[in-house]
Structures are given as C-alpha cells and as structure tokens.
Design a binder for this molecule. Structure first.
Ligand code: ADP
Ligand code: MG
Length: 334
C-alpha cells in the first residue's frame, strides 16, 4: 500500500492519457522516494484505461539498499541496450531478427509498423546514472518513438531542457501525515501507539523518504535499541550504514558533480550548506556567498548540475535551496 501518493498518481494518469501531451514522462528524484512503486501503481491502475494496448517494462537497476542497510551492487550488464530492447520487444510482441546487432533498428521498425490502433507504453525503470539516462534518450529518443506511444522513465536525474516532448514529475518525501501513517503501518504495537511527537524524529532524519523509513523501522524492530540510538546510527556518516545510505541515495551523483564542475567547486557548493542547520534552506545570494565561488558563471553551472543530479533541491520557484539532512551530515561532518 502506498501512502500520500494518490495525487501524483492521478497527475501521471493524465500525462499518460492525453494523447497529444508530452510522450516522455519522467519521474525524477533521489533513491528510495518511491519512483518505481508509483510507476508500477499508475500503470497497474490506469495504463489499460488510458488506451495502451501493449506494455513493456524493463529495469536498469544496479543498486539495492537491503533492509539491514547493506548495499548490493549488480554489474550493469542488464543495461546493455540490446538486452533491454530485446526484453521490451518480447513483452510488446515485436519481432526481432536473429542477428542481435540489428535488434535496435528492428525494434524501431517494428514499433513504427504497428497499426495505429496499437498504443505501446514502454517503462524504463531505475535509470540510476547519468550514462543510463543518456543511453535511453539515444536509443528510444524522438527518432524511434512518437505518438501514439509513450515512455515512462524513472530516474534520479532531471532531464527537463535536455530532452524534447518531456514532462517531468518530481517525487518528494512523504508529508508528515502520510509518513506517520506509513510508520505505524510498518511497526509493532509500541510504534502504533507512539505519539506523533515520538515518531517525528524518524521523519525529520529520513525527510519522509519511504525507503529510509522502512530501513529505520526494520532496524528499530530487529535491533531492540532505543530510538535515539537508531537515529544516531543512521546519521553516523563514517559508519557502514551512513555511508551506504549516501551511496544509495546519490548513486554516483557526487562523483559526477566533481567530474563536471571540478573537485573544488563541488566541495565548496555543498559545504556552503554547513553554516545552516540540517535540512534548512538558503537563498541564492547566501548560498553563493557561503560557497566562496567568486566567478558567478562557475557558481551557476555548479548549482545547475547539482540540482540536476538531485543533490541540491529547489523550492519556492527556485528562491530557496536545500540538501537532505543526511547529506548535510555527510558533507559537514567530513
Ligand atoms: N508512498 C509510499 N508509501 C509506502 N511505501 C512506499 C511509498 N513509496 C515507496 N514505498 C516503498 O519504499 C521503497 C522504495 O520505493 P522505490 O519505488 O523502490 O523507490 P525508488 O524507485 O524511488 O528508488 C519500496 O519498498 C516501496 O514499496
Ligand atoms: Mg526505483
């Protein structure tokens, strides 16, 4: 059961239903926010009613955070495009030739020669790295697909402005009410009976990220440690759990930021959040001045890349900037 997701699911339903709307729909946000769960729920509820006659779902997942906090990393073999296209084609009932080197063009041709009454929905789930996203665009981009078909992507990276015909839905952490209901649904009697104030610290530290909430409650139940201990464990950036969480939430984002903007600018812009409290937001001017990045162009570029990578989040029409409180701990305790 999903909590607090209905409004968003209805919006995505509309994105899927309206034929002339953008035909790439991207659900975007850091790891664990529920992109896959929401995509799944929307497709299960509404894909048929929205007029899709064929559905293909593939996952490019390479990372998993287990309930005990261990981080599982698969090779990215799954992402090999020929294989993904083959899987999609099999589900969509599109025939590909024997020679695998021709699969991508077979697929493109197969889709184009479907009768107009057939509408395909392609879901490409868990695009975790920037390369993954670039490849999807390259192989399933505008040359391949167009009306009446649609692609639903889930990704950690913002694509708006880089891809045409796109609508982007940003997934946020659960609001207080939904988070409380979710926590109580996961717990035992003691958790169910705990007051809102007792549970609030869980929501503060996880910022309503459903995966982190699950991880937290599992840890609480299995460790038999006091809540404050489990909180501390989650925030302990030099320990396994803390490090794994950062790696999972921001898979490769930190290193991509360094690569694209230089190590110094990357560190400076994230360190600019350290004078604030965990989870607090800051204005553009203050962020710029705290970062100490003198050249405005460099600052702007670093800010843009960090936002695209879901490291920095914007609110109130880009007038405020913030980072997740666990990322704050990670950056500012180093
Ligand atoms: N709104 C929600 N209510 C309850 N559980 C949720 C919600 N969103 C996600 N979850 C659960 O949290 C976990 C992480 O969700 P997932 O969809 O895998 O995140 P993402 O794809 O963004 O990394 C899953 O176990 C999922 O079932
Ligand atoms: Mg996912």
């Amino acid at each position: 059961q999903l909590f607090g997701a209905d409004t968003l699911i209805e919006k995505i339903k509309d994105d899927l239903s309206v034929p002339q709307a953008a035909w790439i729909i991207s659900l975007c946000g850091e790891g664990g926010l529920g992109k896959t769960a929401i995509a799944y729920e929307t497709v299960a509820r509404y894909a048929a009613a929205a007029g899709f006659t064929r559905i293909g779902w593939v996952s490019a997942k390479t990372l998993q955070l287990l309930p005990d906090g261990a981080l599982l990393r698969y090779g990215s073999a799954e992402l090999h495009w020929n294989n993904l296209v083959k899987k999609l084609a099999d589900q969509l009932g599109i025939h590909l030739g024997d020679n695998s080197s021709g699969w991508i063009s077979d697929f493109q041709r197969g889709i184009r020669s479907l009768p107009p009454s057939e509408r395909c929905l392609l879901i490409v789930d868990n695009l975790e790295t920037v390369d993954d996203v670039d490849e999807v665009i390259q192989y399933l981009g505008s040359n391949t697909l167009a009306n009446p078909h649609k692609i639903l992507l889930t990704t950690r990276h913002a694509l708006l402005g880089k891809v045409q015909y796109l609508v982007e839905r940003h997934i946020k952490g659960l609001e207080l009410e939904s988070a409380l209901r979710f926590i109580r649904s996961l717990g035992n009697d003691a958790i169910e009976e705990a007051s809102d104030d007792e549970l609030r610290p869980i929501i503060e530290v996880t910022e309503g990220n459903p995966l982190l909430i699950k991880l937290f409650v599992t840890r609480l139940l299995t460790s038999h440690l006091p809540l404050a201990f489990v909180l501390a464990e989650l925030q302990a950036v030099n320990q396994h759990l803390g490090r794994n969480i950062i790696d999972y939430l921001y898979a490769e984002s930190l290193s991509v930021l360094e690569q694209d903007c230089g190590k110094d600018a990357a560190h400076w812009i994230l360190n600019a959040f350290c004078p604030l409290g965990a989870g607090e937001s800051v204005s553009y001017e203050a962020l710029r001045s705290y970062s100490g990045i003198e050249d405005e162009e460099t600052f702007r570029k670093t800010l843009r890349v960090a936002c695209d990578l879901s490291l920095i989040r914007t609110s109130k029409l880009n007038s405020r900037y913030s980072i997740h409180s666990l990322l704050w701990k990670f950056v500012c305790d180093h």
